[in-house]
Design a binder for this molecule. Structure first.
Ligand SMILES: *Cc1c(COP(=O)(O)O)cnc(C)c1O
Length: 404
């Protein structure tokens, strides 16, 4: 892969921040967007903008076709059996909330159990807590070891015929741990539970195949995979989606409305009430095209090279404490520096043009597990370089000197 050529496609990277060239290492929070995605958005608003599905005029036809083409692209990206199994959402958070509010409310009852993991993002904790409060079901948590890996023996002990749903992330945003999701799914199915995969971090770094995984639901966000904000997709198996009640009521999700009763539309439209983020959905296709052109396996291999290079250089940094050292890891480095507050480090790095994230990374229970308030997190993407990592490590060393 020619990284210099790839970098040219991302206009935002070519700027100075605080007088220094921007080094963007906050990719686990959101990725930058290639020109093709930005162009798809402006093209839509410049030439095709019209509401979808109901119009017969030319612009409505164009926008509807482009919108539905993204659905086909997402189905291909996830290898879903059917295009109708793809529902557009605002993002991963909404996808999970949708499943909690529909599948959860209908099929999970008092006395039932839901299993999540200690590695979850708040988006995959709170919707289940809300459901448990409402329904009287119980939330169980798979613990992690000191490396930030799930304790699969403990998972085995949590599973029972009370388990109705297992909801875990594929890759942890806070530590980068890649979880054994296939094993998690197979074991859940053996006790008759359904499985939701939070693929927010997996979509940009791992090849997803919902048929091979055999997951029941999978959610991801466009903005973490080079696409626009405000859009994501939820995959669900057809029979489950058909058995679930609608999420919100409104336009598009109905077949017929009368005051004596309303019949709902077929999937996926049953779950897509109201005018969606049309332009952003259309631009998501350009993001997936970008990923497909490079190949996710090539992207992941290059990012792994960056991770190893960073680990090598960081091992040499005074007081460096990695948080999360799983054997199987994506390109995320969470760490602390002895005697320096993460927030202070973040500020000093920012003054040198380096964007990292500091804090709990929306995973407070996980931070509690490690008895810390937060970490500094550097997360790499395909447009990052070894030169940037070198510059980052030097800046880190200089910052540490200031505190000694
Ligand atoms: C970012 C993230 C989410 C939430 O995604 P949104 O785009 O904010 O809805 C959920 N889970 C993981 C693992 C994430 O990284």
């Amino acid at each position: 892969m020619n990284i210099e050529e790839i970098r040219k496609e991302f206009p935002i990277l070519h700027q100075q921040v605080n007088g220094k060239p921007l080094v963007y290492f906050d990719n686990a929070a959101t990725s930058q967007k290639p020109q093709s995605v930005i162009d798809a958005l402006t093209h839509y608003y410049n030439t095709d903008n019209a509401n979808i599905h109901r119009g017969i005029h030319t612009l409505a036809e164009r926008s509807t076709t482009a919108f539905e083409n993204t659905r086909k692209a997402v189905a291909k990206f996830l290898n879903s059996r059917e295009v109708e199994e793809i529902i557009f959402t605002k993002g991963t958070t909404e996808g999970i909330n949708l499943v909690a509010a529909t599948f959860g409310r209908k099929f999970i009852k008092d006395g039932d159990e839901i299993i999540i993991s200690a590695l979850e993002h708040h988006s995959n904790i709170v919707p289940w807590q809300i459901l448990c409060e409402e329904n009287g079901c119980t939330l169980k948590v798979i613990p992690v070891n000191d490396k930030g890996e799930l304790l699969m023996d403990e998972y085995d002990k949590l599973l029972s015929d009370k388990t109705k749903l297992v909801s875990v992330n594929y890759i942890s945003n806070a530590l980068g741990t890649i979880n054994p999701v296939k094993e998690i799914i197979d074991k859940a199915h053996k006790v008759g539970a359904k499985v939701l995969i939070d693929a927010a971090q997996a979509a940009p770094h791992a090849t997803l195949d919902v048929q091979a995984l055999d997951c029941d639901f999978l959610a991801f966000s466009a903005h973490k995979v080079y696409g626009p904000t405000g859009v994501g997709a939820l995959y669900g198996k057809r029979d489950l989606l058909e058995a679930m009640p609608p999420y919100q009521g409104g336009g598009e999700m109905i077949k017929d409305v009368s005051f004596s009763g309303t019949t709902y539309n077929d999937i996926p439209y049953k779950f897509e009430a109201g005018t969606p983020n049309i332009g952003e959905v259309i631009a998501l296709k350009a993001a997936l095209d970008f990923v497909n052109e490079l190949g996710l396996e090539n992207i992941a291999a290059y990012e792994h090279e960056l991770l190893e290079y960073a680990n090598e250089l960081l091992a040499d940094v005074d007081g460096f404490i990695p948080v999360g050292t799983a054997d199987n890891k994506a390109s995320v480095i969470s760490f602390l520096i002895e005697g320096v507050h993460p927030f202070d480090l973040g500020q000093i790095l920012d003054a040198k043009g380096i964007a990292v994230r500091t804090g709990h990374h929306c995973a407070q229970p996980l931070m509690e597990r490690f008895q810390i308030e937060g970490t500094v997190r550097a997360s790499f993407s395909v447009y990052n370089t070894k030169e940037e990592i070198k510059y980052f490590v030097e800046a880190l060393k200089a910052a540490i000197k200031m505190f000694k």
